[in-house]
Design a protein around this ligand. Structure first.
Ligand SMILES: Cc1cc2nc3c(=O)[nH]c(=O)nc-3n(C[C@H](O)[C@H](O)[C@H](O)COP(=O)(O)OP(=O)(O)OC[C@H]3O[C@@H](n4cnc5c(N)ncnc54)[C@H](O)[C@@H]3O)c2cc1C
Length: 230
């Protein structure tokens, strides 16, 4: 498989999308040199962030942005295992090796779990290299203009958030993070732009019909009730 492409421009980021009524060109910074390219479509990615919502609601401890695990993929809760993306982004091969270790460990077969340690270490090396190579350029933090939309669901611009001291304060004043995605997009952006760490998620993790919630039997052990009992 060929990974490199001569048209690939490393050290490059988008400064602005240009056009009247529709996208016509993109302005790029290529190692500090500014250029413009005509284009019809633009897709931007700024990295992938582990989804730790389920683990957090269960009460698993985090390390950085990922669920904390030990060598056998055990979380901070006994008999709770985590594998794959939620323990740190590293690609499908790493996720498969971790899942296999967690599965074997969960049924007490530590010998077979250990047999996959070397494979996991190999793919973790790849993940570490990936994280180093694609670390966010600090310059990206300075790109937002006052009118740049940070929360797309509620149309909240950078200027409406910049004066606040925390995510909660900004949320109450501007409605950022209160739309359809519930801060899943702008929460990560605000963490980078303003240094506001995301809040612990609350149930329901994904939108649920009122009818579904009403239909839950009273003795259904929801995560919150389990937390209260613990
Ligand atoms: C755009 C993109 C491109 C990628 N390209 C590559 C690539 O080329 N090569 C590579 O190696 N890796 C790639 N990856 C990464 C790869 O997809 C992940 O590393 C891998 O899928 C992690 O596996 P996982 O099982 O941990 O998570 P996932 O594959 O994300 O599986 C998690 C599952 O849990 C389900 N889930 C989540 N929340 C809930 C909930 N509350 N209740 C019930 N179910 C839930 C989800 O629906 C999903 O099915 C890419 C990722 C993205 C986003």
């Amino acid at each position: 498989m060929k990974l490199s492409d001569s048209r690939y421009r490393s050290g490059t980021h988008v400064l602005a999308a240009l056009g009247t009524g529709r996208l016509e060109a993109v302005r790029l910074s290529h190692n500090g040199k500014v250029s413009e390219i005509a284009c019809d479509r633009l897709a931007c990615g700024f990295g992938l962030i582990p989804n730790t919502e389920l683990g957090q609601v269960l009460g698993c401890a985090l390390t950085g942005r990922a669920i904390q695990i030990d060598a056998y993929q055990t979380t901070s809760l006994p008999d709770h295992f985590a594998a794959g993306e939620c323990t740190g982004f590293g690609g499908s091969e790493l996720a498969l090796a971790e899942g296999s270790i967690a599965g074997h460990a969960a049924i007490g077969n530590l010998k077979r779990a250990k047999a996959r340690f070397a494979e996991r270490q190999r793919w973790q090396g790849f993940a570490d290299q990936l994280a180093r190579s694609f670390q966010l350029n600090e310059q990206l933090k300075t790109l937002a203009a006052p009118e740049t939309l940070v929360c797309r669901c509620e149309d909240v611009p950078f200027s409406a958030m910049a004066g606040h001291s925390s995510w909660v304060e900004a949320k109450l004043e501007s409605r950022c993070g209160m739309g359809a995605c519930q801060g899943r997009i702008c929460g990560a952006a605000s963490d980078v732009l303003f240094g506001w760490p995301p809040l612990k998620p609350r149930q329901p993790i994904s939108p649920a019909r009122i009818g579904t919630l009403i239909a839950l039997p009273d003795d259904e052990p929801t995560l919150e009730r389990r937390e209260t009992r613990a």
